[in-house]
Design a protein around this ligand. Structure first.
Ligand SMILES: [Zn+2]
Length: 672
């Protein structure tokens, strides 16, 4: 018997054999198809209950099995699991495609959608109906058959182009290496960086040291290397990926992608690709993104210019640099930062023992939302490092199960993330509580030392825990609208806002104690952390805005076919945000993978947008007290528990009493 096809509540890790996944997923796809078929072949007229709601409840089994599978593929993978992933991913996309193209199913969805004004639906039901209908419409379900054919061709062509784009960037990146044989050229580089470069040379059977354009090699080099010519060499090599006279040139690829996206948007009835994307975001329209960006730009620019001049003067004094170039930025910034703050991370670590930080996050959640975390030992785990908790509310009722997995090991991917094994929903009148997990890569304890976190790791833990709270406190009817199922530019609010507690005395007093002496962290350290966190914030803001504006320029114009030169177009888009002299042989767009390879097109602004939201939300807490119950309850009731059941701006305003403003962010960043 396949354990994945039996009924289970918590994931039955110990019973699953690797051979169980494929047959279970195959079977679960069949079951879902049957569920959909029974909706389609219903002889009764399409109604909200027998179609919209019924469709949302299909695929439960498939969802449970694939979440276990893909979560393990990230946290505890193996060659076998990766092989299976390669095999089943096409099954899943074919299944999704079939569903989107199922004309009889769409007909029923549309029938309900067309009579939505007569149905007296509540906001959550309305949202479900809209989201479902758009899921079909935005993929061409309303088009006639020849336009459908055109759309398929565009989609095929676009996915090929974005693959080409990525391969070109990679190939140009891999083709370059900086081979150093004279040790003097390493001046300024920390030992660890030298060792890594030496190892790389050895692997390539070469003498000396090798640096590449991969970030772990590139970033330390341009940050620390004293040799300005070599920094320049590296920076220019990195800046011309996809922009050289070779087979990896991406200029035409960029133009083709931009034109096809525009054509696709027009075909679906949108003026531009940006309109198409933003329809489903909190920002809603390109006009809103532009006014948001330009407003922030206007306010950050004077500070950015000031910082730039300071940096220029610092470089001039130190090394007689007359004109600061791109390859000087990281180098002199690091030196200036060190001079101003001299903050040693090692000094802070003893105050952040992992267990204490975990307890700290639990105490913060308790003070804000009355949650209690109790470790439990009767739930199956996929690895012995995993801890499991029962989360209850003030009445002792179960809110969620919570898994945490904090240390690196072979088979776990890098970084930190939140995920779920079961999402929350109300099914047959029963509020089914979620199973939430966070996964990080913090240093393991040794026999002599516990796991001590850097401050950056502390904020990472709070960040992921913030996502986890969004998942755990979910309280919606439909699972497709539950928890973190919200628009892209809203999903980072709960996570980023919680990071703010890490800088507050009142919160640190709960947990930031020396692991040997139990002494509370000295507040001057915390002040230093705060100050250094906003170092060069003006320049950073300008940089982020410049990328966002470039992204918007590519995707919001109504005649992309008239663009002839990628470089000229980009230079024009950068004109308001330029600090460093332009480098003629470099181009950002031809290697801007976020927007031409990944899914961030017309979405790069989200990074700053989310910061504005979190600063504005936290300001409310600061005004009333960071543990103020009333504010916390509002945040829980109107944001954390509501998922995507209403428009994000509506939810936010209900919490905050007004629309978000950038002032709090500007204040926090020291730009006001
Ligand atoms: Zn996040």
């Amino acid at each position: 018997m396949n354990p994945l096809l039996q009924d289970f509540n918590t994931a039955p890790f110990s019973k699953i054999n690797i051979e169980d996944y494929k047959p279970a997923i195959k079977k679960a796809i069949e079951i879902t198809k049957e569920e959909i078929e029974s909706i389609v072949s219903n002889s009764k007229d399409a109604s909200f209950q027998n179609t919209t709601e019924a469709l949302d409840f299909t695929g439960q089994k498939l969802g449970r099995i694939t979440s276990i599978f893909f979560n393990l593929n990230s946290a505890e993978t193996s060659k076998e699991i990766q092989e299976i992933a390669k095999e089943i991913s096409p099954w899943l996309s074919a299944f999704k495609n079939d569903m989107i193209l199922n004309a009889r199913l769409f007909q029923r969805v549309k029938t309900v959608y067309d009579k939505k004004n007569t149905l007296e639906l509540n906001p959550e039901q309305t949202m479900l109906l809209e989201k479902q209908y758009k899921g079909f419409a935005r993929n061409g379900a309303n088009l006639n058959s020849s336009d459908k054919e055109i759309l398929r061709e565009i989609d095929t062509e676009l996915s090929k182009l974005s693959l080409d784009f990525g391969e070109h960037v990679l190939a140009d990146g891999n083709a370059f290496e900086l081979h150093i044989t004279n040790e003097d050229d390493l001046s300024g580089l920390p030992d660890g960086v030298r060792e890594a470069a030496q190892l790389l040379a050895k692997q390539k059977a070469k003498e000396g040291w090798i640096f590449t354009l991969d970030y772990p090699s590139y970033i330390p080099f341009v940050t620390y290397a004293d040799n300005r010519d070599l920094r320049k060499k590296m920076a220019i090599a990195s800046g011309k990926k996809g922009f050289q006279n070779n087979e990896n040139n991406n200029e035409q690829v960029v133009l083709d992608i931009v034109n096809l996206r525009h054509k696709r948007a027009n075909l679906l009835g949108y003026p531009t690709h940006a309109h198409f994307v933003l329809e489903e975001r909190m920002a809603e329209t390109p006009e809103n993104v532009f006014s948001f960006s330009n407003d922030l730009l206007e306010k950050a620019k004077p500070a950015a210019k000031r910082e730039f001049e300071n940096l220029q003067n610092f470089a001039k004094k130190l090394d007689g640099i007359d004109r600061l170039q791109k390859w000087d930025s990281a180098y002199y910034s690091e030196k200036l930062k060190k001079k101003l703050f001299n903050l040693d991370q090692e000094l802070l670590k003893p105050y952040f023992q992992l267990e204490n930080v975990i307890d700290g996050a639990f105490m913060v959640a308790n003070k804000l939302y009355d949650l209690t975390f109790k470790e439990v030992f009767d739930i199956e785990k996929y690895h012995e490092d995993v801890k499991t908790y029962l989360v209850t509310n003030a009445n002792g009722e179960e809110v969620a199960l919570y898994y945490s997995d904090f240390h690196p090991r072979e088979g776990k991917r890098n970084g930190a993330w939140m995920t779920s094994y079961k999402s929350q929903q109300v099914f047959n009148g029963y509020n089914d509580r979620p199973h939430i997990s966070i996964v990080c890569n913090f240093t393991k304890p040794t026999d002599s030392k516990p796991s001590l976190l850097t401050f950056n790791e502390v904020t990472t833990l709070f960040h992921e825990f913030g996502h986890a709270l969004h998942g755990m406190l979910a309280n919606t009817v439909y699972n497709s609208l539950s928890g973190t199922s919200v628009s892209w530019d809203f999903v980072e609010l709960p996570s980023q806002v919680l990071e703010n507690w890490c800088y507050e005395k009142e919160a640190l007093e709960l947990f930031a104690r020396h692991y040997e002496t139990n002494e509370l962290i000295p507040m001057e350290y915390v002040e230093k952390i705060k100050e250094s966190a906003s170092f060069h914030e003006g320049m950073q803001t300008l940089r982020q805005l410049s990328f966002g504006l470039l992204d918007m320029a590519w995707h919001s114009g109504d005649s992309p076919e008239t663009i002839k030169s990628v470089k000229e177009f980009e230079t024009e888009a950068f004109s308001e945000t330029l600090l460093f002299p332009d480098v003629a042989e470099n181009c950002m767009s031809t290697a801007f993978s976020h927007i031409f390879q990944g899914g961030y097109s017309a979405g790069y602004y989200s990074y700053k947008w989310a910061e504005v939201l979190d600063a504005d939300a936290f300001e409310y807490f600061q005004e009333e007290g960071i543990f103020n119950k009333e504010v916390a309850t509002k945040f829980k009731e109107h944001v954390l528990s509501k998922g995507g059941t209403e428009k994000p701006m509506t939810l936010y305003k209900r919490f905050r009493g007004k629309e978000p403003k950038p002032d709090a962010l500007l204040k926090r960043a020291g730009l006001l």
